[in-house]
Design a protein. Structure first.
Length: 106
């Protein structure tokens, strides 16, 4: 296992995801962000099943940045309860993982 992490964040649209990714990369909390537009989310909220089009923001960062990254996502996000799911990266292309480490502030 490495100290690199993937963070998944759903957003209301690609514009919001892009704005968040730009800020998080500028602040060196994430090495990069990929935006997947046009996802459909089906979920329960206020005791009703919702169907919404959203965009998925996929961030790459280091474990040491997770707390600050999560706090910044919550501050930037328009949702009352934003999705912030952190996944470990078990392995990968070593030069890429080293780039993630160099590109984030610890």
């Amino acid at each position: 296992m490495t100290s690199a992490r993937v963070v998944l964040v759903t957003t209301p649209d690609a514009t919001t995801a892009e704005r968040m990714a730009q800020t998080l990369v500028d602040e060196r909390l994430a090495a990069c962000g990929n935006i997947v537009p046009g996802i459909v989310s089906i979920y329960r909220w206020d005791e009703q099943v919702q169907h919404d089009e959203e965009a998925l923001l996929v961030l790459k960062t280091e474990e040491a940045c997770i707390d600050a990254l999560r706090a910044r996502i919550v501050a930037l996000h328009p949702y009352d309860v934003p999705e912030v799911v952190v996944l470990p990266i078990l392995g990968g292309h070593v030069p890429y993982l080293e780039w993630i480490a160099r590109s984030t502030t610890r």
